[in-house]
Design a protein around this ligand. Structure first.
Ligand code: SF4
Ligand code: SF4
Length: 613
């Protein structure tokens, strides 16, 4: 389509202005991310999982579709349509300066253009659907405020698609065809600068955010040197955190699944990410202004149960937990966090080696009374009691049930003479010094006792020993009892039928370790296994994680009550848990939820039920 000189000049002015406006916002964002502190532990290798995540999460839009199928597919079509349109758009811009990159009549070009036309129809329908959802249906997760920019963007995308399709109906040599071409150009020129000025910045940044995210779920980065206290000021914000903050698409999936937010707490994981973004936009990465001030609050940071639902739901790979725990570290390691329960917890851990502050003699009495053998280096397993297994009455019952199973199976085991808390709650509340002290004392004990394999009833202990202790140079083989019991299931005597059993997936077993089938297999020995509405990777937290079991009364509705109501509503006769923290949280909640509570059992108790003493 030959353009006049006037049209070419007009086109160049329009598109240059558009590109300049794009860069006037995008340039500072790139500079802010680049100026941030490098992530000390970041390594690109192994590259395979990064490429796989990129293909699945970006190209195939797997997380978007999996978590919200209908809007997810609509969103995926918009994304795929954008990819299909890249060449068409380049050719359109070339036309604007008199070059014909995709000459009409060529078979390959016509086939490609036809394919793009199909995508144009799909994108137009999808964007109209997403517009209706955002502006008429308005799910609360998208936020209270109606984003006018989103409406304008949706309209522009719709215009781009319709004008492309209209190019089939109008010959470009006619006035109608020319007007259509200019309408397409104008929509493009307005659309481009809107991308970095709105949440649509994710179109450019989220592929990088997915590719460069930290390896591993909820990975807490190591502190580097004596001056690193976590996320205290803008100087501590790393490149990955900055990139993720600017990549948020504001979809609210994290908020929708957050147990704290859904029970009336201040915490909103989306606002945590956007708070970091707002901080960076106002103060920049080199600022000394505390992060926990204008845009982020310590109240919100310390309401997080570290359940990981937010991180597992995010379609653009944002990792909330390193940010939230980083903020806690910044507050605790610099002495800014003031909380009576927190102070008591840290003192208990320091002095008694357990969060409840029990004397270690209590643990010794429990071991002796129940004739638990001491680990001497010859047994198959070192049975890690953990604080709940050593001091909590229900936790002790779980340990004794597991010991019965081990004896029945002829698997030898022993417990440590001395054991301190793994440091899980100290670690996740941001007290790095205390966590290190606890880890080192335990490591010394384990090395002295020549421990090989460990077995634990607590997913929090397993996670902390397996992942967090690595920083102190530890590498122990530690297995959760659900995995062990599932492996041994065929050798266990059948348990008496309990009717219907609803299984609650503990966050630190499911989302953190990907263990879903094993505890169900063990549970099935006692009856018919039911899933509550929110199960497996969507499981709702019991409220105990992240040290919150020890931080006193919650604001709003209690998370354990919220989850217990859901479990009770299934009508099951038994609630099965596989974590002593979940167990104790439900025990407290059930009394409030119903006068005829279902039985509460750990999977070890289900496995042991058929054993005659
Ligand atoms: S980890 Fe759980 S509690 Fe914490 S912000 Fe995420 S969803 Fe909410
Ligand atoms: S952090 Fe992720 S899940 Fe949450 S609103 Fe942003 S993009 Fe959506």
């Amino acid at each position: 389509m030959p353009l006049s000189w006037f049209e070419i000049v007009l086109f160049l002015v329009l598109m240059t202005s558009s590109a300049w406006m794009f860069w006037s916002r995008f340039g500072p964002v790139v500079r802010t991310i680049r100026a941030a502190k490098p992530d000390a532990d970041f390594v690109l290798d192994p590259i395979g999982p990064r490429v796989r995540a990129f293909v699945q999460e970006v190209l195939l839009q797997a997380v978007v579709i999996r978590e919200r199928p209908l809007p997810g597919i609509a969103h995926a079509f918009v994304f795929w349509g954008f990819c299909a349109f890249v060449l068409v758009t380049i050719a359109h811009c070339a036309q604007g300066v008199g070059l014909e990159l995709l000459p009409r009549g060529n078979v390959a070009v016509e086939t490609y253009r036809m394919l793009v036309a199909l995508f144009a129809v799909a994108v137009a329908v999808s964007i109209a659907g997403l517009f209706i959802r955002r502006f008429l249906v308005r799910p609360k997760w998208l936020g209270e405020k109606v984003s006018k920019e989103s409406g304008v963007i949706a309209l522009l995308i719709f215009v781009l698609m319709v004008t492309y399709l209209a190019s089939y109906a109008f010959d470009e040599a006619t006035m109608a065809g020319r007007l259509n071409w200019w309408a397409h150009t104008l929509a493009l020129a307005i659309f481009l600068p809107l991308i970095p000025h709105t949440k649509h910045l994710h179109l450019v940044l989220s592929p990088a955010a997915v590719f460069f995210k930290r390896d591993g779920f909820s990975k807490i980065p190591p502190l580097v040197g004596d001056e690193d206290f976590g996320l205290d000021t803008g100087k501590d914000v790393t490149r990955i955190v900055a990139l993720q903050a600017y990549s948020c698409v504001e979809c609210g999936r994290c908020t929708e699944h957050c147990p704290a937010h859904n029970t009336g707490k201040v915490l909103n994981p989306k606002e945590i990410v956007l708070g970091v973004r707002r901080y960076l936009s106002e103060f920049g990465t080199g600022a000394s202004e505390p992060l926990l001030s204008k845009h982020l609050s310590d109240e919100a940071a310390f309401q997080c149960t570290t359940c990981g639902a937010c991180e597992s739901q995010c379609p653009v790979g944002i990792q909330h937990l390193p940010i939230i725990i980083g903020l806690r570290r910044g507050a605790v390691n610099t002495g800014k966090w003031e909380d009576d329960h927190g102070t008591k917890l840290f003192l208990n851990l320091e002095r008694s080696g357990n969060p409840m502050g029990f004397s270690t003699a209590e643990r010794q009495k429990f071991i002796e009374k129940n004739e638990l053998p001491l680990y001497d280096g010859t047994q198959n397993y070192c049975l890690w009691l953990g604080c709940m297994g050593a001091y909590d009455p229900q936790g002790r019952e779980i340990i004794l049930a597991l010991a019965r199973v081990l004896r029945r199976l002829g698997v030898t085991f022993g417990v440590l003479r001395k054991e301190r808390c793994t440091g899980d709650s100290a670690r996740r509340l941001g007290n790095d010094l205390l966590f290190q002290q606890l880890a080192e004392v335990n490591l010394e004990q384990l090395r002295q006792s020549k421990v090989g394999r460990m077995l634990s009833i607590c997913p929090h202990c397993v996670r902390t020993i397996r992942e967090d202790w690595k920083e102190s140079g530890a590498s122990f083989e530690v297995e959760h009892h659900s995995v062990f019991l599932a492996r041994m299931a065929s050798r266990l005597p059948s348990a008496p039928a309990n009717g219907r059993i609803v299984f609650h997936d503990p966050c630190y077993l499911g989302r953190y370790q990907g263990v879903y089938d094993e505890p169900r297999l063990v549970t099935a020995r006692g009856g018919e296994v039911l899933d509550p509405p929110r199960a497996r990777s969507r499981s709702r937290c019991c409220g105990a994680g992240g040290g919150l079991a020890f931080l006193g009364e919650e604001k709003g509705k209690r998370v354990n009550v919220d989850r217990a109501e859901e479990l009770v509503a299934t009508g099951a006769q038994v609630i099965a848990a596989a974590c002593p923290f979940c167990h104790t949280m439900f025990r407290d909640a059930l009394a409030q939820v119903t006068q005829t509570p279902p039985k509460l059992l750990d999977i070890a108790q289900i496995a042991a039920a058929g054993i005659q003493e």
